[in-house]
Ligand binder design. Structure first.
Ligand SMILES: Nc1nc2c(c(=O)[nH]1)N[C@H]1C(S)=C(S)[C@@H](COP(=O)(O)OP(=O)(O)OC[C@H]3O[C@@H](n4cnc5c(N)ncnc54)[C@H](O)[C@@H]3O)O[C@H]1N2
Ligand code: MOO
Length: 401
């Protein structure tokens, strides 16, 4: 499909327009707690019971009657276990005859199991006792709706008496690779063939961003076959990604096929790489024609798919660390287009410096070395020595600071 700059959208307007037209699913499912990590709580979760259920000992020690200590340390030479005192280790319940706990460090026992206090202690009602509900109170909020559940949230929900939790259903993202030149990964390299490698990258992103990945076999550049695959996948998926065929090649049908079916359709974004992206909403579902070149696909995932999936999960898409860096070379965009720059950042004595890879750098060098991102605004020129705010891509912040 022909790129028409006058009709192309900015990245921000593309995201917001798609969000506006998308009939975002709101299904909920209950999952066992062991499967709840990273899921989004669908409703507020409240504690069903106190934890501890009844008061327990705060220490490893012995449970005693505080009344025996009213006049100072008692003579315990006639005390008997389970009559005058009882074992009460940390977190243990103990008989209701007792109302305080003395740490084991302050007690010695003779060979007849008779205790002797080795320290002066103040023992009042409740000393050494953790109250019922002191960890979790019945009815207390454990996780608010919309929260992405961390391991400690999952444990807390269990401590509050649940064994499952209601979460948002995972979005189903279908992936349809298309192109006569595409070959299955692992097949013999041969002339005219390109491995269908983008699928593995996109599968990784989709699962990392909390959705389910449904991969279709490679579909040849055939209008009917492609149309049928689009219709089938839109029946089962929430979001469809067609990879390839977004531009002007003689067999680039993907965007046309989306446009024919779409209630909303836009082709092209004012950003490179990835400008011939096709974006549509078909019967309330989002279908995106992701451009074929790997880095164009990387960016389409990064600025568009990630924003949609994060919005569904009520999370922010902007969690990357932003740092100030000095540009070592001129960074320029093409008039009217943002240039999405994958950069190499490194720490030097006077701060962090960034540069781009050479024009003839391979894809492999880009994947290996790039660790930062900067969107050079339309018509912006960053001069050598200028400070810019870069985003760090999955870099351990400590390695640059
Ligand atoms: N005459 C013009 N040519 C091109 C234009 C243009 O405006 N006029 N736009 C260029 C731009 S910009 C981009 S971006 C690409 C878009 O390409 P398509 O989306 O049409 O993708 P294909 O042509 O099918 O493939 C391009 C390239 O990517 C490889 N590819 C595709 N899918 C996969 C996959 N799943 N895994 C790995 N690699 C894949 C494919 O083999 C090709 O090498 O168009 C420019 N051309
Ligand atoms: O939009 Mo494309 O610049 O070749 O990736």
């Amino acid at each position: 499909m022909e790129f028409n700059k006058d009709r192309a959208l900015t990245r921000d307007s593309a995201v917001s327009t798609l969000l506006q037209h998308w009939d975002m699913p709101c299904d909920i499912e209950a999952v066992p707690l062991a499967e709840a990590y990273g899921r989004i709580a669908a409703c507020d979760v409240f504690a069903r019971a106190n934890a501890p259920f009844a008061r327990v000992s705060s220490f490893d020690g012995i449970a005693v009657r505080s009344s025996d200590f009213e006049k100072g340390m008692p003579d315990a030479s006639s005390w008997q276990r389970n009559r005058d005192f009882a074992q009460a280790d940390t977190g243990d319940d103990f008989p209701d005859d007792f109302d305080a706990v003395v740490r084991i460090e302050a007690v010695g026992f003779n060979e007849d199991d008779v205790p002797r206090f080795t320290q002066e202690l103040e023992v009042l009602p409740g000393t050494g006792v953790r109250k019922a509900g002191s960890q979790v109170r019945e009815g207390e909020l454990l996780a608010a709706a919309g929260k992405q559940l961390r391991p400690e949230d999952v444990a807390l929900i269990a401590a509050g008496g649940h064994d499952s939790v209601s979460v948002k259903r995972r979005l189903r993202v279908a992936y349809l690779p298309t192109g006569n030149e595409l070959a299955a990964i692992g097949s013999c390299p041969s002339r005219g063939k390109t491995y269908q490698s983008n699928g593995l990258m996109i599968r990784g992103f989709v699962t990392e961003w909390g959705a389910e990945f449904l991969e279709h076999d490679i579909v040849a550049d055939d209008r009917d076959l492609l149309g049928r695959a689009i219709d089938d996948l839109l029946d089962s998926a929430d979001i469809l990604l067609i990879n390839g065929g977004s531009s002007r090649g003689s067999e680039d049908y993907s965007s046309q096929l989306l446009e024919q079916r779409a209630d909303y359709f836009a082709h092209g974004v004012l950003a490179v790489p990835g400008r011939p992206i096709g974006m549509s909403v078909i019967k309330g579902k989002i279908a995106i024609n992701v451009p074929g070149p790997m880095m164009a696909a990387w960016f389409a995932c990064d600025w568009l798919l990630r924003s949609l999936l994060m919005r569904y999960q009520e999370q922010s898409a902007n969690e990357r660390l932003t740092v100030t860096a000095i540009a070592d070379e001129q960074l320029k965009s093409r008039p009217g287009f943002e240039r999405l720059a994958r950069l190499v950042a490194r720490k030097e004595a006077d701060g962090i410096h960034v540069s781009s890879l050479q024009d003839n750098a391979t894809l492999a060098a880009s994947v290996r070395r790039v660790n930062a991102f900067y969107a050079i605004g339309p018509d912006e020129t960053v001069e050598p020595g200028e400070a810019i705010q870069i985003q760090l891509l999955g870099t351990k912040a400590s390695s640059l600071m």
